[in-house]
Design a protein around this ligand. Sequence first.
Ligand SMILES: [Zn+2]
Length: 131
Amino acid sequence: MSRIRARFWDPAGKRYGIPTWPWRMAPAHLLTRRQLTAAGLRPGGQGVQAQVLWASRRHGAPGVRAAYLYDVRFALPKRTATPAQLDALAKANAARRTCPDCGRDAGYVLPRHLGTCLDCAQTPTDLKEVA
Ligand SMILES: [Zn+2]
């Protein structure tokens, strides 16, 4: 094993506080949140169990990067929304798209700093009253 790899080799967590492996060296039961999601799982209340550390050479942002790992044995199935929850979400999102001035569904979420759709925001109020 090269010295670069040995730098992040700490399965007991003596150096980094939590078990740490170099890139691609973590045991198979430890997954990132995204890997859990891809498997239809969620961390399920467990904290970060371990990490992968690597030295990034990315231009402009070099440095040590970390990926936090969760134990798949403590993971729980992803929760799916109930029809009532989906319905409530759809209503809330529709409200965010509906302009209070012209009452139309703008087709996008209204910018909060305007509070209206872009058409209403662009038309000066005095012109609108004439029309
Ligand atoms: Zn409008």
